[in-house]
Design a protein around this ligand. Sequence first.
Ligand SMILES: *[C@@H]1O[C@H](CO)[C@@H](O)[C@H](O)[C@H]1NC(C)=O
Ligand SMILES: *[C@@H]1O[C@H](CO)[C@@H](O)[C@H](O)[C@H]1NC(C)=O
Ligand SMILES: *[C@@H]1O[C@H](CO)[C@@H](O)[C@H](O)[C@H]1NC(C)=O
Ligand SMILES: *[C@@H]1O[C@H](CO)[C@@H](O)[C@H](O)[C@H]1NC(C)=O
Ligand SMILES: *[C@@H]1O[C@H](CO)[C@@H](O)[C@H](O)[C@H]1NC(C)=O
Length: 891
Amino acid sequence: MKSQALRVLPVVVSLFAPSILCQDTLGLDDGYIRLSTTKFDVQIVSDAQVLASLKPAGGTFDFLPFDYLPLRAKDGQYHWGDITFRYRTSGSTAWITGDSSKSRKKVTTLSTGALAASGLAPTLPTGPLNITREWIDVSGDLGLQFTIINSGSSAIEIGGLGFPAEFNSIFTNRQASDMLRLCSLSDPYIGMHAGQIRVAPTSGDGPALVITPIGDTPMEAYRNLAETYYEDTAYGSQVFEGFYEWQVLSKAWAENEWSGKEPWNEPSSRTLQPHESLRYGLRFSVAQGGVRDLDSTVLRTGTPVAHGVPGYIIPRGTAANLFLEASSAVNSTTVKPVGALTLVSAGDGHYTVTPSTSAWGRVRLTVAYADGKVQTIHYYVTKPGTEAVASLGQFLTTDQWFTDTSDPFGRAPSVMTYDYEAGSIVKQDSRAWVAGLSDEGGAGSFLAACMKQAAQPNQGEITKLESFVDGVLWKTIQTPDFAVRKSIFFYEPAAVSGYTYDSSIDWTSWTSWNKASSYATDRAYDYVHVAAAYWGLYRAGRAYPNLIKSHTWDWYLNQAYNTIIRAMKADVGYNKVGLMGETVFGEILADLTREGLSSQAKTLTAAMKSRADQWNTEAVPFGSEMAWDSTGQEGVYYWSKYFGHSSTVTKTVNSVLGFMPTVPHWGWNGNARRYWDNIYGGKLRRIERQIHHYGSGLNSLVLLGAFRSDPSDSYLLRVGYGGTSGPVSNINEDGFAAASFHSWPDTLKWDGLSGDYGPNFVGLVLGTGTYVVQDTVVGLVAYGGVLTSLGDSVSVQTADPVRRRIFIGPLGVLISVDAGIIDNFSYVPSTGEISVTLSQLSSVPVAAKAVLWAESTTGARNYSVTASGITKTRLGWQIPLSSDNVTVKLA
Ligand SMILES: *[C@@H]1O[C@H](CO)[C@@H](O)[C@H](O)[C@H]1NC(C)=O
Ligand SMILES: *[C@@H]1O[C@H](CO)[C@@H](O)[C@H](O)[C@H]1NC(C)=O
Ligand SMILES: *[C@@H]1O[C@H](CO)[C@@H](O)[C@H](O)[C@H]1NC(C)=O
Ligand SMILES: *[C@@H]1O[C@H](CO)[C@@H](O)[C@H](O)[C@H]1NC(C)=O
Ligand SMILES: *[C@@H]1O[C@H](CO)[C@@H](O)[C@H](O)[C@H]1NC(C)=O
C-alpha cells in the first residue's frame, strides 16, 4: 500500500547548520585522517577514528554518507569502527553492555604498524575488556580489526559482539537523481565464516562492495540498530530504513530480546581467561565489475561461495543443485532439522540436495571445511510447486471466503484479507483498504485467487469468483464507467447506521477513510489488480470454456481492457508512473491481439506508448506515490522494452540489480528491497527489511525478461529466479499466504495478515517457468526443472509452480501453453530441434486442447510446430489434448 500522507518531497537541506554541529561528539572539527590502499581512498574521523568515507581508489562514488556525516555526529549514531558488546564474569548471570557510540570520546591513538590504530577505552564504559581497533591494509583492501584483551583477573564470557555497518542508504532530502547517483543498498549473507555484506549502488551500475570476514569472524546474526529519530535524516522511516550490525556472538541477545525465536545460526559466546585475547576483523573489497563480480571478489578473499540452482526455496519432490567453491575441501555437511535434506556429492563441489517428503519450512545446511571454516546455507522447503498453488487457491476461497450478505459495505461474497494468527477474516482495520477489498493491502486476496485460475483452474473456485465479480467487483468496487474505488470499507458511523465499529481500533488515523475518501477512484494502482482479476478469469474461461458460467470469456477480456483504459484518464492519479503488476497489461494487450480485437489493441498500445515515451525522457523514470520505491521499475521495463527504448531498459534492469541481491539464503536471495509496506498492509506495522514482500515476485519479471533477451547473462536468471520463487515461500502448509516475512532477529516469522501478498503471486504467475541456462559458472542447468543430458540431446522435466512456460536459453526460445501443462521437453543442441510433451494435472479439469506459443526472444530463430493437422490459432498452434500425453515437435 501506498500513502498520500507520507509523501516526502525532496528538498535541499543545509548540511552545516550550527544547531547540528554543536551536537557533534565525533570531533568533526578536528578533521579527518586520509588513508589509502591500492583499492581504496579512505577517510576516518581524526578524533573518533570511525570510517567517514570509502571510495574505490581514484573513484568519486562514496559507499558512505560522507555528505551527511555532520547530521550523524551525535552520540548513539553508528559508524563503521564502532563496536557493541555484552559480557559477564563467569558465574554471574546479568550481561553488562558496552557500546562505543553511546558516549563518544576521542579515542587514544596507538602505534601498531596499522594504517591507524586506537585504544577504545575513553569511549567505552570502564571494565575488564581492553579493546584496540585497527584500520589495516589487507592485500590492497581495507581491513577493520579489533583485539579484545581480558585485562581483569576473572574469566569473562562475551555473549554479544557486533560491528555496526553504515552505508549511504539515506535517501532523506535527496533529489531522485542524486539518490540514484550517490546512494547504495546493502544486504547480509548470515552464513558464518562465509558471511558477507553485499553493497550495490542504487543505480545498479558501477563498482559494488563486499565485506567478508578476516580470520575467525563469523556472521552469526545481523541485528537492526536502534537510533534516535531526528528530522534531518529520518532514521527508520520510508526514506531511511536504518542500519544493522554484523554480529559475531549473539547468545546474550538470543537469551533475552530474541527469546523464543529461531535464530538463523546457533547463538554463541566466547570465554576469555585473564590476559587472554581475541581478534576479529572484516575486510572491505571492491567488485570492480559491479554486482555480477561479487562472487569472484568474495572468492579472492578466501571466503567460500555457494551457488544454488534453482536457489534456496526448494519444493519437495524435486532435487536441487548446490555448487560450492572454496579454497579448502568440504569436511562435513550437517542438516537441521536432521534428515530434512539429503545431500549427494557429484564431485567437484557439486551436490544434489533433495528435501525429505516431510520437510517443511526453514532448513539450515552447515558445511564444515577442512581449514576450520563453517558455512551455513539457509533453505526453505515448500510443497511441490503446483500443490502449493492448489492449496493457496483452496485457502483463499474457503477460509478467506466472506459470505455475510448483510454486510452494509457490500463486501460479500468475496475473498477478504485474513489474519492467520487470529484465524479469521479481517472485517475491520484502521487502514480502510485492508478490510475494503482495494489497494494492494485489500485487493491482494481476490487478486491472488483470480490469478490462480489463470495458472491452475478449479471449478469450485471459479464459481465462487464469478459470484464475487457479479456481486461485489462489478457492483461496488467498480463504478459503471470502470473506475475503481480505493476501498469499499470506510469509517463513517453515520453512513452505516446500526453497524458496530470495533472500539478497540483507533479510528482517528488518516488511514481510516470516510466514505467519500474510500469511494474515490483516483489511484491508478488499484486498477491493475482489477484488470488482472478479470484477465485471470478470461484465461481460465478461454482455455476451459465449461468452467465459466455467468459470462463468456470475451466479457472478461473486455472488462480487463476497459478497466485499463479508464485508469489512464486524467482524473486518475499515478497513471504516468510504473504500476505494480502492470506486466498484466502487456498480457492483456497480447491477448487482445491474439483474439483479433485490433481496435482495442491499438487504443491500448497508444496509451502505453505515451507513458513509455515520457519515461524515456526522464533521468529517473521510477516514480511512485512514495518518496522511494521499488515498484515503478516493472512497468517501465515492460513498456520501454516493448517500444524499443533500449537505454531506459538498461537503466531499469540495473536499477533492479541495485536493490535485489543474490546470496545463499532463501530470505535474501532475489529479495527485492521493501521496507515500509508493513505499515500499510502488514499486521506487525514497522519499518523493517521485508523478506519476500511483493517486490520479489514483481521485480523478478524485469530480470527474467532481461535474461530471456540475453540468455548469456546468467546472473539475471540467478537473481530473477530467486525473486520468482519468493512468493512460493509465503504459502504455508494450510495454503495461507502471508504478506512478507519479518527479518528482524527479535521476530523472524511470517506476518499474520495476507495483506498485499496478491501482487507477489501475480509476479509468480507471469514469470515462473522452467528456465534452461548455459551458466557461466556452473554450466548447463535448469531452474525450476530437472535437466539430464543424454547423448546429443538435453531432456528437462518441469517442476515450477505453474508448468506452462519453458525457456531454453541456449536457443533463445520461450514456449508457453494456455491449458494443461508442459510435463517435460527435450532439445538437440546441434540442430536446435525441440520436442515438448504436454500433459494435464490430475487435480485440474481436463482441457480438450491447448494453444502453444513459441517466441524467439533473441531473434535467433523462429520456431513452428511441425506436426501435420495442427491448426494455427491466436498466433499460436492449437494442440488437441487427449487423455494421453501429447508430444509435439518444433523446428
Ligand atoms: C590495553 O591493551 C593495550 C595493547 O596491548 C595496552 O597497550 C594497554 O596498556 C592496555 N590498557 C589497559 C588499560 O590495560
Ligand atoms: C574433519 O572431520 C573429521 C572427522 O569427521 C574431524 O575429526 C575433524 O576434526 C574435522 N576437521 C575440521 C577442521 O573440522
Ligand atoms: C517426456 O517423458 C516421457 C517419459 O519419460 C518420455 O517418453 C518422452 O519422450 C519425454 N518427452 C520429451 C519431449 O522428451
Ligand atoms: C522471424 O519472424 C519475424 C516476423 O515474421 C521476421 O521479421 C524475422 O526476420 C524472423 N527471424 C528469423 C531469424 O528468421
Ligand atoms: C504423462 O507423463 C507423465 C510423466 O512422464 C506421467 O507421470 C503421466 O502418467 C503421463 N500421463 C499419461 C496419461 O500418459
